[in-house]
Design a protein. Structure first.
Length: 398
């Protein structure tokens, strides 16, 4: 063997050893599970909706693991998912602290969505700093997506989209609805809806005959409803999120508020709301964005399995949480890696099919979404608008 041949052979042997060593190390370091984490309000004033998000996260983990886990191409296998969960206790500071803990101490591979605009605004600061993809459910306040962040992605309609949908819906009733009364909760999301909605209604020719703003957490609405009742509006709009969206419509019914159209931004979508309202639920309309009965891929299975597992129908909060989780799964599988930077690149570049339709975001993390309106009719929810997805017709009061 010549000296040159000996040197080439030695180099090849060294290279082969290094390559084998790298592969062996990679295999040895390959995770046996993909750890995710989240914190949602399981106690406190927001626990009604927080539990729905938690249930959706748990159902998603169950569905993924029933299929063997998430396929990670660079590992050449599916990896089962394990979730670390915390109760944020309906406190934004706790939510932010717990997501920091999940990332810095628990060392989760990815985080799942928090619930609500206030929590998402705070938590997204943490996920942005650490470079974690963040798909929060029911987190739609405009300000979340106006800070130039590259890690947060909208799942639920923004207030401007809700306002646009309400105005467009009312415009289809222009011959029957002329005057509008509004009761609005003082909260970041509902404030944003009102800011966008009022000029749209006035621009469309509707007369706002009453506009009452009340503090979040209110339980007594006699003063608000007395003014609404005196205004005799054709349409009565309630802009509120939990917990106020329960007592206000209940008291509107018991105090005899009359209107051809009674709308609560959130209402019939919740089993708990329907039960609390009883016969008083009849005719109320809401526009949660998602509703049972939409026939996007996987939606029917999601609804069926959720109801079977938790003995309640899923709400939009549950649907958004589940959709966000499944988008994360798709992004990991499309990226073929657990590298969060590459997963983020996929999220910004690709579109994703979900139980709530197709998502694709602009550079700020905003998306244009379907807003479905439902009405309580005979104890059931009927999709009444847009017409392209409607399962029934709107019934106006007298």
């Amino acid at each position: 063997m010549s000296r040159r041949e000996w040197i080439v052979g030695l180099a090849l042997a060294i290279f082969a050893g290094m390559t084998f060593g790298s592969v062996a190390t990679a295999v040895a370091q390959a995770p046996t599970e993909l750890v995710v984490g989240y914190a949602v309000p399981l106690s406190g004033g927001l626990s009604v909706v927080g539990r729905l998000a938690d249930q959706a996260h748990r159902l998603w983990v169950e569905h993924v693991n029933a299929q063997g886990g998430i396929l990670v191409k660079e590992l050449g296998k599916k990896v089962p998912v394990r979730a670390i969960t915390y109760d944020s206790r309906s406190t934004t500071s706790d939510a932010q602290r717990l997501y920091e803990k999940l990332i810095a101490e628990d060392k989760v591979h990815f985080v799942l969505g928090a619930w609500g605009s206030a929590d998402a605004f705070a938590v997204s600061v943490v996920t942005e700093r650490h470079g974690y993809p963040f798909l929060p459910s029911a987190a739609s306040a405009e300000g979340i997506y106006q800070r130039g962040f590259k890690t947060v992605f909208q799942l639920s309609q923004r207030p401007s989209q809700t306002a646009e949908a309400i105005a467009e819906f009312l415009t289809t009733l222009k011959g029957q609805i002329k005057t509008v009364a509004i009761a609005q909760q003082n909260y970041v999301y509902t404030n944003d809806i009102m800011e966008a909605l009022e000029p749209k209604l006035k621009g469309a020719g509707f007369e706002i005959v009453a506009k009452e703003v009340f503090p979040r957490g209110s339980q007594e609405f006699t003063g608000v409803l007395t003014k609404v009742k005196a205004a005799q509006p054709d349409a009565f709009l309630v802009l509120a999120v939990p917990p106020d969206f329960f007592p206000l419509p209940q008291q509107a019914e018991t105090q005899g508020v009359k209107a051809k159209l009674k709308y609560s931004f959130l209402g019939p979508i919740f089993d708990a709301w329907m039960k609390a309202m009883g016969k008083g639920a009849e005719g109320w309309v809401d526009s949660p964005g998602w509703a049972p009965g939409l026939r996007f891929p996987g939606a029917e299975k999601f609804e069926k399995d959720f109801a079977a597992k938790f003995n309640i129908a899923p709400s939009h909060d549950a649907a958004w949480a589940y959709a966000g989780d499944d988008i994360l799964r798709q992004a990991i599988e499309k990226a073929g890696t657990l590298d969060r930077k590459k997963v983020l690149e996929v999220l910004h570049r690709e579109s994703f099919s979900t139980i709530n339709g197709t998502y694709k975001w602009d550079a700020s993390g905003r998306a244009e979404l379907l807003v479905a309106f439902t009405q309580a009719q005979g104890g059931k929810r009927v999709i009444i608008w847009p017409k392209s997805i409607a399962t029934g017709e709107l019934v106006l009061g007298k």
